[in-house]
Ligand binder design. Sequence first.
Ligand code: FAD
Ligand code: DHB
Length: 397
Amino acid sequence: MAERHVKVGIVGAGPAGLLLSHLLHLAGISSIVIEARSRAHIEGRIRAGVLEQGTVDVLRETGVGTRMDAEGLLHHGTILKFAGEARRIDFQDLVGKSVMVYGQHEVVKDLVAARLAAGGEIVFEVADTRIEGIEGSEPKIHYTHEGRARTIACDFVAGCDGFHGISRAAIPADVLRVYERVYPFGWLGILARTPPASEELIYARHDRGFALLSMRSPEISRLYLQCPPDEDVALWPDERIWEELQVRLAGGEGWRLEEGEIVQKGVTAMRSFVAEPMRHGRLFLAGDAAHIVPPTGAKGMNLAVGDVQVLARALEIYYASGRERALEAYSDTCLRRIWAVQRFSWWMTQMLHTFDDASAFDRRRQLAELDYVTTSRAAMTTLAENYVGLPLDRGPQ
Ligand code: FAD
Ligand code: DHB
């Protein structure tokens, strides 16, 4: 069995694993990334689309922001629609920051290209991944690749393998605490070949359910509809999708949603989830492996990017000085921000979705909340500062 050694073994080539590997490379720390799926699969996987200012900054500062700056769409505000009215939240005016609309799969492509160009190693299409010895000083990652068993011995393992990965389960059950809320709805996500009907994102609360208008380019719209969590996509022929979007997104001056060819559709269930602690021995969890947010605040990928910045910095300190304080603080440092973002994502979700068991009182309260959050400068500022991204605490230095 072939065995080799790297400083950090990274499981998963999503945004968390790839950016971690990139940041470690810049700090002169060796790593290897193993990934269950193919390169084509991870580069074509349509997921999140909104980058916080801090995410934009780190990609730019570390040399992987060129295409993002050329092709991404800078947004200075967003629109909330409810009761037939459109109201704008002006991020620039309120907090002096913006977000970038740029697909997660584009970030993944940029990171893969940067890693490979720098001689970095990403092993695609691995199977049977297993982590061993995280309580000792030389943990191992076992996997098979092209039918052969392989082992990587490392100083540290980074579990960046998403919610359905194997890393989280390597932490003993009596150590791991899990906090979870499952929502009674999901999102039907649609990619359509039609120019976005608005220059900015529209988050719409409607009695028939939430709808979101987003985009990927001046020619491609990304749209979402609230639906049952286990919805069969076959129940949503294109005509039904457009009809529902026209109704839920209607309202406001000069509104018109141009219909076009739907090139992709899929349903995502929604949950809030946090696993604590995010470190056990020499295993560190980052991104969706440790936490999930409902997508209403556009935070999933941004949280993953935050985690690995903290982790990369802590490893850099460790290798430069032998000090372990930052590594020891990793979980607490990340969790503080994660819970703040959990709160925001839950809050956006409960304000904008319809709940089957909601009473007439709940509906009026929801509308009052939307009215408040789009008229009070204090409330608008709260939304804006969370949406563009809370500051990142990198922990003890
Ligand atoms: P991931 O991107 O999930 O990456 C984990 C990687 O690990 C994957 O490539 C996986 O193949 C790999 N892996 C898993 N198991 C193993 C194994 N055993 N061995 C090796 N590799 C393994 N967020 C939003 O803000 N807005 C959205 O609209 C949105 N839509 C989403 C739609 C879907 C279907 C999903 C699943 C997520 C969505 N998210 C969205 C969340 C966002 O995409 C995630 O938060 C983000 O991908 C987290 O990055 P990550 O690197 O932690 O995990
Ligand atoms: C997108 C996804 C989100 O979850 C969100 O809140 C805003 C935009 C998107 O895919 O563009």
